[in-house]
Design a protein around this ligand. Sequence first.
Ligand code: PEP
Length: 291
Amino acid sequence: MFRGCRERGEPNRGASVRLQAPGFSGLAQPFSIATRHVKGVWLVRFLIAGNWKMNGSRPMLVELDRIAEAARTAPSVDVAIAPPFTLLADAAPRAGAVMLGGQDCHPAAQGAHTGAISAGMLVEMGARFVICGHSERRAEFGESDSLIQAKAAAAQAVGLIACVCVGEDEPERDAGQAIMVVAAELDGSVPPASTGANLVISYEPAWAIGTGRTPTCAEISEMHGMIRAKLIQLLGEEGAKVRILYGGSVTPDNAGSILACAEVNGALIGGASLTADKFGAIIRVAAEIAR
Ligand code: PEP
């Protein structure tokens, strides 16, 4: 039987072994996803990913320099930042061990899509992953599951990791529909050819994003457990290797308790990724747990 990165009831530990992703030879630089199969359990490294959203101009890259330094001193943890598109080219030579990503991409490779960015364009700028279907894109831009699936498939086709976001809003949680909503989002937005090397899922309850509110560990683990089961249903054994991140008001203060929850393989972080003081502290918390 395949599980996440630990047996239930045991402390959560990311694996410290780095393996080469088998047969992963897309156009982007291979992501450092690493899995280890130990006694029927897939162990995966923590991924601590930051989403700068529509924040930052060139001077903010000094924060990236300091985040790169924090990542260098935490080699047991994978670290990623998705800056605005406009900073990718300047960020690339400064990123060091930090994997850079985009915050969105268009499903088409090129064409008459004013204002859009293709996955291949992200690769050209040095990106290795792209966030697909963030709750802000679902809510502000009306993105559907099928559009998100097409974006994620386009990203995977050029060797990018698709970080597909799922999560319920507050009325759905209050109505007891959270599990059903997230399961349906996974059914609709995970590309069928996904593997542990080209897909990351981020569970982000919309009511926890930027609000300072977080679900309990039991609520997070219940949802991540369902996501794991659904990924295995959709992708077979590969579904056991996909990293499942938690996102929603993660801070240096709560990162330890969130990362210790069952089936949590990392975090997607908005506000606290904007400064190296906070993001670096979260990287160090993850490294401590992974030790
Ligand atoms: C996000 O937008 O993905 C997010 C998790 O934001 P925050 O950490 O600010 O809640």
